[in-house]
Design a protein around this ligand. Sequence first.
Ligand SMILES: [Zn+2]
Length: 133
Amino acid sequence: MTVYEDGTEVPEGGAVVGGPAVGALAFGWLGPGDLGPPRHCPDSLLRVLEDAARSPVGRTRGFHRCPFCPDAEFWLTRHQTTDGSELWLGSAAIEVRDRSGRTWQAPNLVLHYVTAHGYLPPAPLVETYGTAR
Ligand SMILES: [Zn+2]
């Protein structure tokens, strides 16, 4: 899967068909060595990401499985949402805006990285959505 460092600009014509917003910043485009110690993502931010995943901005080229689950099946990854529904991850990208108006783009697998592997999105998103709204 394509790897972008968190906070770098997603190139046009990159990993997503139909996206990204021009100037979007990357998050969650993780490679096998990119996970630090597990951290807690605020539930309010997780819900924002889930909402974004219900309306993806583009499809990824092919589908991708989690690089951190050694026995992941070669298929989409199931995510149980905070409201009990399910999303299938690994073939689309999502975008969210921070409070300064910057657009951030991630693979929808970012939901799995957050809930299964303790990935914490970049500080501007935590600061925008991480407190009660
Ligand atoms: Zn995983």
